[in-house]
Design a protein. Structure first.
Length: 320
């Protein structure tokens, strides 16, 4: 890994690693349109942060505003970012890694971790009174569970409990974090403001200015009524919320800022978001394997689209 290069430290449902090549073409087109090489960047649905980490690796970002509705995820990123506590988090994750690799009963250890993680989540959500050490433990367990659960999924049941099963990594020796990548991620987050608010509050026009770039990756509208596994946003994500986001992108456009929005290739998505003549639509095909309850078995993969309010290269239409 070269100096300053960083990549996501978690695998996240709906992550954009497979779309990075296309997204980077979009960002290059945005830079050509605006003549801005280093820019202010907003991501209201941060998740794993694949695009952000690629951009920050290439010194494209001047200031970032990163948000996610998932509270424990943002707490984890805040500890990675922290100059005082990031080392403590890394050491805790390393301890969990060593325990896992030495264990003769990994599925049982996973169950213990999951129970402890859910206890800490419950305490956090009940009274918001976790100590710093408990928040570090929560963050370390989030990383450890992500590395050892089935397919790196993060999913909670209606009671707010993490409920993904063990990933059956029985004999494989795992490395939860790479120290160089961890330090580069920490460095990359230094010029970032991390928030845990609703997307409509994260799209903050007090800080969004002309020529800023906003990357919007909301939960996807299902391709079919059976594709409920795509609704990974906490408490679901309603059609009304999609319509509210559509109003926000029109306001982004009116402020002279630029956006890239991703979602599924359905007529409903087009009806909701493709509302102005200067908005461009690009169709993509991406293969995804999600979880035990819903796996994309089609040869062509999941049909996805990008919508932007600026012109993009012809080769975008080729998809990936």
């Amino acid at each position: 890994m070269t100096q300053n290069q960083c990549s996501p430290i978690l695998k996240w449902v709906g992550g954009k690693r497979q779309l990075l090549g296309i997204l980077k073409l979009c960002v290059n087109a945005y830079s050509e349109n605006t003549k801005v090489e280093r820019f202010s960047y907003h991501e209201p649905f941060f998740g794993g942060g694949a695009l952000f980490f690629d951009l920050v690796s290439n010194k494209k970002i001047k200031k970032a505003y990163l948000n996610d509705i998932n509270r424990e995820l943002i707490i984890m990123y805040q500890f990675v970012q922290s100059k005082n506590n990031s080392d403590k988090l890394f050491k805790e994750v390393n301890f969990l890694q060593e325990s896992f690799n030495k264990s003769k009963n990994r599925d049982n250890l996973f169950s213990i971790w999951k129970a402890r993680f859910n206890d800490l989540l419950f305490k956090l959500n009940q009274n918001d009174n976790l100590s710093v050490n408990e928040k570090i433990e929560l963050s370390a367990l989030l990383i450890a569970l992500n590395k050892t659960c089935f397919n790196g999924i993060y999913r909670k049941n209606k009671k707010g409990k993490f409920n993904v099963p063990f990933g059956k990594k029985i004999n494989e020796e795992l490395k939860f974090l790479d120290i160089d990548n961890f330090n580069n991620v920490k460095s990359g987050l230094q010029e970032s403001k991390l928030t845990n608010v609703s997307f409509e509050n994260a799209i903050n026009f007090k800080v969004i200015k002309p020529n800023h770039l906003i990357f919007l990756d909301p939960p996807y509208i299902p391709l079919s009524s059976t594709a409920q596994f795509k609704e990974y946003y906490e408490d679901g994500f309603t059609i009304q919320q999609h319509k509210l986001l559509s109003e926000k992108i029109k306001e982004i456009d009116s402020k002279g800022a630029y956006f890239i929005l991703t979602n599924s290739n359905t007529e409903l998505v087009k009806d909701i978001y493709l509302t102005q003549k200067n908005f461009s639509l690009h169709k993509l095909s991406v293969s995804r394997s999600i979880n035990q309850m819903g796996k994309d078995e089609s040869e062509s993969g999941t049909k996805e689209i990008l919508i932007t309010n600026f012109k993009v290269p012809v080769q975008m239409k080729l998809g990936i």
